[in-house]
Design a protein around this ligand. Structure first.
Ligand SMILES: [Zn+2]
Length: 103
């Protein structure tokens, strides 16, 4: 996964195109991420034994990582992430705009 929890991303496709947010959860198996304030759906819930509060619940749904791009924390631009293996064998992420390693 090139996008991780805690990253700031820009939505480039779909209903929330142009919106920015922080990744609150990533789902590597399905290549999806859940982004703060993005892809919010409203659910009408009835009070049950597990849900005490009846009414409309707003919930963020995961969206495909193909619909988001990372915002580089160094140059603050939406960027494609390049992978780069570093000396210790792990994989670093590289900003394609400013060539800096992202955390
Ligand atoms: Zn950058």
């Amino acid at each position: 996964m090139k996008i991780r929890k805690g990253d700031n991303v820009l939505v480039i496709k779909g209903r929330d195109r142009g919106r920015q947010g922080r990744v609150v959860q990533s789902f590597p198996k399905s290549n999806q991420v859940q982004v703060e304030g993005v892809n919010v759906v409203k659910r009408h819930a009835k009070a049950t034994s597990t849900v005490r509060q009846a009414g409309i619940i707003e919930k963020e749904m995961p969206l495909s990582i193909a619909k988001v791009v990372l915002i580089c924390p160094i140059c603050n631009k939406p960027t494609k992430v390049r992978g780069k293996s570093i000396a210790d064998g792990s994989n670093a992420r590289l900003c394609s705009k400013c060539e800096e390693i992202i955390e």
